[in-house]
Design a protein around this ligand. Sequence first.
Ligand code: AMP
Length: 298
Amino acid sequence: MTNSSTIMLYDNIDSLREACCSARAKGQRVALVPTMGALHRGHLTLIRHARSVADFVVVSIFVNPTQFGPSEDLASYPRTLREDMQGCEQAGADCVFAPTASQMYPDGETTRVHVSGLTDWLCGRSRPGHFDGVATIVSKLFVIVGPCIAVFGRKDYQQLKVIERLVKDMLFDVQVVGVPTVREEDGLALSSRNRYLNPQQRARARSISQGLADAVWLFDKGQRSAGAIRRAVLGRVTEIAAGIDYVQVADAETLVPIGDEETIGERVLVAVAIRVGNARLIDNVVVGQDGVPKGSES
Ligand code: AMP
């Protein structure tokens, strides 16, 4: 445990448990904001939200190995704990939990939490096992922290839905809050992986949110063909992508893909996962609910 001015850093499960227990014993509402660090304004917005609804705010910073595939960026994922601590403090967190992998995954561990159905699609397809890693680590964090509120970003829409399902199914007494996506001025969704982009790639990445803006415009003008909406987004991103994992129109609750030939309903997810340079970038809108992504108006 380390005290950096007013914010506490816990690298040990037992001391964090104790701190959370004593907060609850005082009648405080505990909120958890799970992250992998390399914090940006998106993360800080989540922390500020937590601050506004809870008395004791825990930010976890843990690059969770089990949610990375063998050819993914676990080793190169940015680790910036010192700066992250400052951001957490400014955003009003009470403490940061930054455990080691061997604490979170004790020797000989064999347990994974699997949420089925929702994870069959989208990132579940392109990143096999990813959501088992996510559901497992979030379950462990819930057990350690015992939050009454947990805050997640809608940028990772499928993750949010998986966590909502997990909480219902496992009877976790946690209120899950989804915060709207925070974007750069030109509309690009903030992501720790944007650091991988060189200036040319960064400029091109704008096409993702522009594609999603086209989807919103088309829908708001009355377009109800899933194919027309999907092709509009695909048209924007095809040129700039080094690879496309998916551009998908899907049911906003079940995440089941909606075929190009189908007519869509009143609230539908449009989700994108592409590679730009070495970065895998994801973004989404729910047409019929979200406005045009901020910054992507032109
Ligand atoms: P990560 O550190 O990427 O695992 O993200 C930690 C949390 O921050 C997740 O709940 C993400 O959905 C959320 N998050 C990441 N980027 C953004 C963003 N641009 N806007 C809002 N939330 C975000």
